[in-house]
Design a protein around this ligand. Structure first.
Ligand code: NDP
Length: 385
C-alpha cells in the first residue's frame, strides 16, 4: 500500500506539531510532502530535517534566507510569501492537506487545495466561518472530502458513520466552558492574559485558547457545524461539559442520541481525519468511566458569554456577517493579547463592530476579502477611540 502524502499547513502550531507526532507514529502509513510556518523558522527547519518534505514554505519573507540556507543542502525546496502557500497545496505529490493555519490567513490556501482536488483535513474553522457556502459548494463540485479535525466536529462525523442517509434532528456541541465557566461578570473584569490562556483541559494555540475562554470558539464551531453537516442554526445546541469527555452528540429523528467519548487529546481526531474510514491502533490513554465517576452538563450563559449569542446572530443573518465577526474577533483577541483591551471588551467590541458592518446577503469570495479588511478597520477604530 502506498503511503498517504500529507501537506501540513501550519506545521509549527499546536495542530501541526501534533499532526507530525501522528505521522511519526505511523511511518509506514504517512509521509510529509509539505511543511509551512509563518515566524517559527527554527522549528520549521528542525521539522524539515526530520520529516524530509519535498517543499517547505516560510510565509514571513524576512526569514526565507535563514531557512533556505539550511534546507537547500538537503534538497528540500524552500519558498516564501503568502502566495507560495497557495501554490504548494496544488502540487501533485499531495494526497491530503491538513489546514492547520490559524485564522483568516488559512482561507486562500485551503480554497486553492480544494480547487486542485485535494482532500482536506480541516482544523482551520475560520475557513468555514468566513466562506462556508463557497467552500462547501466548491468541495462538492470538485469531489473533495472535508474531514473535520476539530474534536467536536470529528465526534459528530464519527457518530454519523453508517448514518449518512439518516437526517439529523439536532447536533449537540459540547463546550468545556474554558477557564471562566461559572464566574460572574464582576469576576471577569480584571482577568489577565495569563488567566485566559490557562485552559483547564486543552493545550492549544493562543488565539483559540482566548476564543475558548470567551466562548467565541464555540460560536465559531456552531457556524462550522452548520456548513459541515448541512443543518440549520436552530438545530445546533451548545451544552457546557467541563470534563471534556463527551466530545459532541447527534440526535436523530427517532430520538436516538449518539455520542463520541474519549480523554481530551487532539491526536485522535487528527489521526481519524488522516485515516477515515479506518482506525489505527494507538497507545493513547483509555477512558475509565468508573474512575471518572460522573459527567456533568449545564446550559451556557448567553448573557455573560455574549460571543456565543453573536455567532448565532451572525449565522442566522448570514451573508458576509460571519466573515465580519471572524475578522473583528481576530482583531479584538489580538488587542487583548497585547494588553490594549480587557477580557470583557472582546465581546463588547465584537458586538459594537458587528453592528457597523455593511451587510451583503450574497457575497462573492472577493466581497468576503473586502469585508474582512473593512471589519478589521472598524474594530481597530473602536479599539483606538
Ligand atoms: P497555533 O497558533 O498554535 O498555530 C498556528 C499555525 O499557523 C502556526 O504554524 C503558525 O506559524 C501558522 N500561521 C499563523 N499565522 C500565519 C500566517 N499569517 N500565514 C501563514 N501561517 C501562519 O494555532 P493552533 O494549531 O492552535 O490552531 C490552528 C487552527 O486549528 C485554528 O484555526 C484553530 O481554531 C484550529 N483548532 C485548533 C485546535 C487545537 O487544539 N490547537 C483544536 C481545534 C481546532 P508560526 O508558528 O511559525 O508563526
Amino acid at each position: 500500500m502506498s503511503k498517504k502524502r500529507i501537506a501540513i499547513m501550519g506545521s509549527t502550531g499546536s495542530i501541526g506539531t501534533q499532526a507530525l507526532e501522528v505521522i511519526q507514529t505511523y511511518p509506514e502509513q504517512f509521509e510529509v510532502s509539505v511543511l509551512t510556518a509563518n515566524n517559527n523558522a527554527d522549528l520549521l527547519i528542525q521539522q524539515a530535517l526530520q520529516f524530509k518534505p519535498n517543499v517547505v514554505v516560510i510565509a514571513n519573507e524576512e526569514l526565507y534566507d535563514k531557512v533556505e540556507e539550511v534546507l537547500w543542502k538537503e534538497d528540500i525546496k524552500t519558498y516564501t510569501g503568502t502566495t507560495a502557500l497557495e501554490e504548494v497545496v496544488q502540487m501533485d505529490e499531495i494526497d491530503l492537506v491538513l489546514a492547520g493555519i490559524v485564522g483568516f490567513a488559512g482561507l486562500r490556501s485551503t480554497i486553492k487545495a480544494i480547487e486542485s482536488g485535494k482532500n482536506i483535513a480541516l482544523a482551520n474553522k475560520e475557513t468555514l466561518v468566513v466562506a462556508g457556502e463557497i467552500i462547501t459548494k466548491l468541495a462538492l463540485e470538485k469531489g473533495v472530502n472535508i474531514y473535520p479535525v476539530d474534536s467536536e466536529h470529528s465526534a459528530i462525523f464519527q457518530c454519523l458513520v453508517g448514518e449518512f442517509h439518516n437526517p439529523i434532528e439536532k447536533i449537540i456541541l459540547t463546550a468545556s466552558g474554558g477557564p471562566f465557566n461559572g464566574m460572574k461578570a464582576e469576576d471577569l473584569k480584571n482577568v489577565t492574559k495569563e488567566m485566559a490562556l490557562h485552559h483547564p483541559k486543552w493545550v492549544m494555540g493562543e488565539k483559540i485558547t482566548i476564543d475558548s475562554a470567551s466562548m467565541m470558539n464555540k460560536g465559531l464551531e456552531v457556524i462550522e457545524a452548520k456548513w459541515l453537516f448541512g443543518v440549520k442554526p436552530e438545530q445546533i445546541e451548545v451544552v457546557i461539559h467541563p470534563e471534556s469527555i463527551v466530545h459532541s452528540l447527534v440526535q436523530f429523528k427517532d430520538g436516538a442520541v449518539k455520542a463520541q467519548l474519549g480523554l481530551p487529546d487532539m491526536k485522535l481526531p487528527i489521526q481519524y481525519a488522516f485515516t477515515y474510514p479506518n482506525r489505527l491502533e494507538t497507545k493513547l490513554e483509555r477512558l475509565n468511566l468508573a474512575e471518572l465517576g460522573q459527567l456533568t452538563f449545564q446550559a451556557p450563559d448567553f448573557e455573560l458569554f455574549k460571543n456565543l449569542r453573536l455567532a448565532y446572530k451572525a449565522i442566522e443573518k448570514g451573508g458576509n456577517l460571519p466573515c465580519a465577526l471572524n475578522a473583528i474577533n481576530e482583531v479584538t483577541v489580538a488587542a487583548f493579547l497585547n494588553g490594549s483591551i480587557g477580557f470583557l471588551d472582546i465581546a463588547e467590541l465584537n458586538e459594537r463592530a458587528m453592528d457597523l458592518v455593511q451587510w451583503n446577503s450574497n457575497p462573492s469570495l472577493n466581497d468576503l476579502i473586502t469585508t474582512d479588511g473593512e471589519a478589521r478597520v472598524i474594530a481597530n477604530n473602536l479599539i483606538n477611540c
